[in-house]
Design a protein around this ligand. Sequence first.
Ligand SMILES: *Cc1c(COP(=O)(O)O)cnc(C)c1O
Length: 402
Amino acid sequence: MIWYPYAQMKTMAPPLQVERAEGVLLHTDRGVLIDAVSSWWSTIHGYNHPVLNAAIADQLGKFAHVMLGGLTHEPVQKLTQKLSEWLPGDLDYCFYSDSGSVAVEVALKMALQYSVNRGRERRAVLALNDAHHGNGMDVRESERRTVLALQNAYHGDTFKAMEVGDDEDYHFAFAQKSGVVHIPTRIDALEKAFAEKGDSFYCMIVEPLLQGAGGMKMYDVSFLQRARELCDRHGVLLIFDEVATGFGRTGHRFAADLVLPDILVLGKALTGGYIGHAVTVARRKVFEAFYSDDPRMAFMHGPTFMGNALACRVALASVTLFEEQNYMQKIQHIQEVQRSALCGLCDERIKDVRVMGGCACIEVHDERSLCGFREYAVSRGVFCRPFGRILYAMVPYVIDDE
Ligand SMILES: *Cc1c(COP(=O)(O)O)cnc(C)c1O
């Protein structure tokens, strides 16, 4: 028996059977449907794309996978080269994993060890210079044990990712939290958190501009700019979880183009939605805190399928398509169409209408207003998946006006 995700198996509506998929269309047992979810926001180029298919088929004729422990290969090298050039600033150091949740775990673990390694470095320097142990800075580095995160955050379903998340709908069964402070996306709350606890944070993690699974909540770039300043002042690493927002979804290529984080997490659309893969990209200063003659300073992590050759080949093809076919313009157009279709829509059941880049959302006051919507959408030729009080569309970017 297949155990389906986020579902009470006893009461779940039967899923639609997909036979074929092409462009933005799913051919199902209930008819041909426009996919308004892009398979959890990942299939940005649509389904069955000839260029992506060809990239995988070509790689398949060579090999599907070899481990990255002790071995390496051209697909992972080329993708890394491309990402280093393509991503802003010195976000150049790519650590691959098989899913967004794992890539978030990697980012948090990297940030924590960054602080431990820096404490170790300082102690070594102090021990060399003189016998003055217990220097203030030294103690502070090793005592950073807290993560600053956002209310309504979603960072994945593994345990540490859940802990930095703040989403009752997903995680209510595991309510206990430790070592995480959650704040709203308001600058005064941000300043207060840093004033009170700034030196105990080893990192701050956010979904920049758009909080997805936590309710399609949108906020201003000024919050991120202030976060950048405060993180710098307090020696805190800033992590952008762009698993959902990356590759144009917010109307910006990456939020990291606007404000440079220390660690960037990409997933979902990384492979154009073809194969589960993700990457945690670090800036030079993060990488350098691990670069040492001391084996204890190394980063001890290694998912079995990291750098999978099929995933890397299709990711490179996806990035190249994104670049060459001017996707940012397509996304701009989707935003305009969605704005003109939705803005001014008013009904007493609607609480708010939000559009940002390739994401459009209607929030209702009472989730019962959305009962039966999924069925209604199917009858009108659309697959969608409202959650809670949120009805949204995140369409493949290749959708046309019609
Ligand atoms: C989906 C998502 C994740 C988790 O990615 P998986 O590949 O499902 O593990 C993490 N962070 C954000 C912001 C996401 O939207």
